[in-house]
Write a protein that binds this ligand. Sequence first.
Ligand code: SF4
Ligand code: SF4
Length: 403
Amino acid sequence: MQTIIHKSLKKYPAIKQADEILRSCVHCGFCNATCPTYQLLGDELDGPRGRIYLIKQLVETGICTEQTRNHLDRCLTCRNCETTCPSGVQYSRLLTIGRELAEKNSPRKIFDTVLRRLLRLVIPYRQRIGVIVKIALKLKPLLPAATQRQLPEEPRVELDLPKHQRLVIIPKGCAQDAFAADINTDCRVILDKLGISSVEIDADTCCGAMSEHMSQTSEAEMFMKKNIDAWWQSIESGAEAIVSTASACGVMIKDYGRLLENDSAYAEKASRVSKLCIDISEFLAKEDLSLFENSQSKKISFHAPCTLQHGQKVTGKVEPLLEKIGYELIDYNDAHLCCGSAGTYSILQKDISAKLLSNKLGNLLESQPDIIATANIGCILHMRSGTETPIKHWLQLINPSKD
Ligand code: SF4
Ligand code: SF4
């Protein structure tokens, strides 16, 4: 694809990168076939190829209309199109650059601006969401059933585990810590049984993904640097990995090296952090889990979050682990499609998100599983809003003290 970058934008390194990405697209449209928003809305401009054209226009003219920004906003950032693209187009990187330009050139309406600001002020801070969750728990009987199902099921458990020679870091993150601290607790218990120590570090924070998705680059960098500082002592003490239990955080942390490559103070550390980051499914796939075999024979539908299957390109790891320890895994249609959670998408694009959720749950529930398992807190909470079938992090099916 030929591009003629607008002269006022040529000086920016990100625009040069956008130009390279635009040139790698051959306009074949294969990506549209797996794009959830294109499938739902049927508009070329709500598919990856159309959005790529809009970003091309943006870098060529420097002008962003409200309509263009809306089409870019409607993208889930699910990266399904990247998995499908035969030319290796780095769509998500291009979208980030396009959204940043759109944000600068097309002011939002006041309600949208205030809502986005509020989300940024609350969600990345686990203490702030924690306060909201505590109030919601007090009011639980008055809340709608869908909201009740999203609230924490169990009180936080403080662990006192023995020290082992091997050590890993488990990021606490933001929303997961407030809504489901038991996921990391279960992870730590499992690792302990495998002879591996783990640390959760109070000083770490949101991975920065939400700020990055909302085109708040410097805010995202602030979160990334806080995390690097928080984890560094344990890294220097020999932690062998940063084990992510939330796939949306994992995909972001694995990208710290690239995102901070031009920061002279943090580039090297960020690169080391990214290399150390591993999804818990990749980590456990290398361990002997025979200790956890059980005879429950429960039927499980596993939803691989987009951040796991398309973002991290980690596929086919969880299912064999669960099968090996005794669960029956069920195949279902459209396993490659997003559930509609997508960070703040379920709040900012309610209608599309609700339709995606209904489609996803329809497919997952068709064979009547006992449990739906997944690998990211956003998907867990979003799917819990739509069904009474238990939705769990797949890790929680391994821990023998549960179920
Ligand atoms: S992004 Fe890839 S699949 Fe989509 S139109 Fe471009 S080259 Fe084709
Ligand atoms: S990231 Fe997902 S929603 Fe966005 S264009 Fe690609 S496939 Fe479509």
